[in-house]
Design a protein. Structure first.
Lengths: 158, 284
């Protein structure tokens, strides 16, 4: 049993739990996209281990956990992670703050794709409050980045 | 790390495969309902995550109940005793009325109404999905829960079971945008369909003619048509009626009786013709 081999999976499970944890109604609209942030970090750091396939599986898990039609979150997650995986060499050279802007833009794309797909399935109305997680995700990215980088370097995950 | 010589298909092909798969899944799940049987296994698969996620909240409420003051407990106890006495008095009259009703129904030749089996369920998680109103409860297939079962809270109908997992299940609330429930007005038996508005405190009554006899404050009870919800449980109360003659129907809004934003304990009902029977856990 080597902790190293499970670090990525454990961090993703922690993100899934945080994503569905019950929160007070006043904090709930601001919940950052934990799963997207963690996947984004691993995609930038180790694109040969975490990329579109892992994103697809996690999207499906999110669909089951959140009760949306199967495939909605996996579609959005795959598209956003693909952008990161295709450009990881360039994005790695950006400063953390520039990265957080990119992550914010992708989080916005993620929420818009989820909204569009939901809109095609049932007629939901767009409210600006759906995009609050974009800002919290942006603010959280530097901390997620440094935390996971510490984990990756300490455990020498490659 | 070796990113130059990658194994397997290129990332673009992977994306295309994943997107096509997603679209196929969406269509199969939403249009053709292809996963209704395998959803039980899928839901059971993620049950550990749900339990894990509700752990901090459970710990908090457990410590809160441990720290509850003696004074408050006494007060609560007094209130509950008072409530139980009042309810007992109502119950005494209810049994007599029920016997009388059964006798009258026998005289009329209509079938006597049977008691329903019930089980208390506890709220486990509320979905943070802004597009739908669903909750997760701690009873599942092993307790005899079935799809389409009615779920009540202490004030009225709260929703119906959407997916069943092994030990948990998902409830679609009546306020969800995709939910509709057949109701009738308690006062004059006018039949209406109440659909969710996507907001927890509002239901819309659809296709109500301008001439229909509806009034603000009318209580809507489930009509039992459609064979999903049992008859006679309170659903909502009409809050506003806009009779704009330029529109084909009156716009009627109602407020759900069930307190959908503060659900904690819920009641599952098993009517006489339920496809499954409840399995009660052994006490002690």
């Amino acid at each position: 049993m080597n902790f190293r081999n499970y670090a990525i999976a454990l961090s993703i499970i922690a993100a899934l739990v945080l994503q569905i944890m019950p929160m007070p109604a006043s904090v709930d609209p601001f919940r950052p996209d934990w799963v997207f942030l963690v996947l984004a970090y691993w995609t930038l750091a180790l694109p040969n281990r975490v990329n579109v396939g892992v994103a697809f599986i996690n999207g499906l898990l999110l669909d089951i956990l959140l009760g949306t039609a199967l495939g909605v979150h996996s579609f959005a997650m795959c598209s956003c992670i693909f952008v990161l995986a295709a450009n990881y060499q360039r994005l790695r050279n950006y400063s953390v703050w520039q990265q957080s802007v990119i992550v914010g833009l992708l989080a916005a794309l993620y929420h818009l794709i989820v909204f569009w797909l939901q809109y095609l399935l049932t007629d939901v109305n767009f409210l600006f409050s759906y995009l609050w997680p974009v800002f919290t995700s942006m603010a959280l990215w530097p901390w997620i980045f440094s935390l996971l980088r510490k984990v990756r370097r300490q455990l020498r995950i490659t | 790390m070796n990113t130059i010589f990658t194994r397997g298909p290129s990332i673009t092909i992977r994306l295309v495969i994943a997107l096509v798969l997603s679209v196929v899944l969406i269509v199969a799940d939403h249009r053709f309902d292809a996963f209704s049987s395998s959803k039980v296994y899928l839901n059971s698969l993620v049950t550990p995550l749900q339990y894990l996620a509700s752990l901090p909240e459970q710990m908090l409420s457990a410590s809160a109940s441990r720290l509850a003051s003696h004074q408050r407990l006494l007060h609560e106890n007094r209130e509950l005793v008072k409530q139980a006495t009042l309810m007992n008095e109502k119950l005494q009259r209810y049994t007599i009325l029920q016997q009388e009703n059964n006798r009258l129904r026998k005289l009329l030749g209509s079938p006597v109404r049977q008691d329903m089996q019930k089980m208390i369920a506890e709220l486990m998680a509320v979905d943070n999905n802004p597009f739908s109103h669903q909750i997760v409860i701690d009873k599942g297939a092993i307790h005899g829960v079935y799809e389409g079962q009615s779920v009540l809270d202490s004030k009225g109908i709260a929703g119906q079971i959407l997916d069943v997992g092994t030990a948990t299940s998902r409830v679609l609330l009546i306020a969800d945008l995709t939910h509709a429930i057949p109701v009738r007005i308690e006062r004059n038996d006018v039949r209406i369909i109440a659909t969710g508005a996507g907001r927890l405190d509002e239901l819309l009554l659809e296709h109500v003619p301008h001439s229909a006899d509806v009034q603000e404050g009318d209580v809507l009870i489930s009509s039992g048509l459609g064979n999903v919800f049992p008859e006679g449980y309170p659903v909502a109360k009409i809050t506003s009626i806009v009779r704009d003659e330029g529109r084909p129907f009156a716009q009627v809004r109602a407020e759900p009786m069930a307190q959908l934003d503060r659900l904690k304990y819920l009641l599952l009902l098993w009517p006489e013709n339920a496809p499954k029977q409840p399995v009660f856990a052994e006490e002690g």
